[in-house]
Design a protein. Structure first.
Length: 208
């Protein structure tokens, strides 16, 4: 025995299906348009970040009025919070989960700077026969500490799939390792320049 439906029911069902199909197509077009815009923004940001990375790897050291400044990037976090980062002139608000990852990574890098970096600086002094006084060592570590924020944010934004919201412990450790690696490479370059006369002479080295 078959159930009978009025013709108006099928007409309404057909109209609904047509509307739904039209809606899906409209949403697909919007998604495609947003994807194209996202790709364009990624390319524009990539150019700026390359410049930041270059300046991070190429440590610049200046001696101004007795103060040693080590630059890892154009600028540190300044007054910006973890949630508000400026890249390429555009302020980007990161999600809470990534902000928490940022804090954990920053804590690990800070721990490295406080407990491991001083000993590594001594090893570099011996390796390159370049003597740093205590004030210079503290100044280098302090400057590095104040400028690691942008480097961590760089790897959070451009070293991961953009769809990743919550980082795994392995991903956080990977970014930590990359930032520490970059610091070590930069310090190697700094000591090499000092050794070859490309850096700023250290007054305390004269009496050694």
């Amino acid at each position: 025995m078959y159930s009978s439906y009025p013709e108006s029911y099928f007409q309404k069902l057909n109209d609904y299906l047509k509307w739904q199909t039209s809606r899906i197509r409209s949403l697909e077009n919007k998604v495609e348009s947003l994807s194209q815009e996202l790709e364009s923004v990624k390319k524009q940001r990539g150019v700026t970040i390359e410049r930041i990375e270059y300046k991070f790897d190429q440590l610049k050291v200046e001696k101004l009025d007795g103060t040693l400044n080590v630059g890892l990037s154009p600028a540190g976090l300044g007054e910006q919070s973890v949630e508000d980062m400026e890249v390429g002139g555009e302020t980007i608000r990161t999600n809470t989960a990534r902000s928490e990852s940022f804090a954990r990574i920053q804590e690990r890098v800070t721990d490295y700077l406080r407990h491991s970096c001083p000993a590594e600086l001594v090893q570099l002094e011996e390796k390159y026969q370049v003597k740093l006084d205590e004030d210079a060592t503290e100044s280098i570590i302090g400057d590095l500490q104040g400028q690691i924020g942008q480097r961590i944010d760089y790897y959070l934004k451009y070293g991961l799939d953009p769809d990743v919201v919550i980082l795994t412990a392995e991903q956080e450790q990977s970014i930590t390792d990359k930032v520490i690696r970059d610091i070590r490479l930069g310090l190697e370059q700094y000591f090499l320049k000092r050794k070859t006369g490309g850096g700023v002479p250290n007054e305390s080295a004269g009496g050694e």
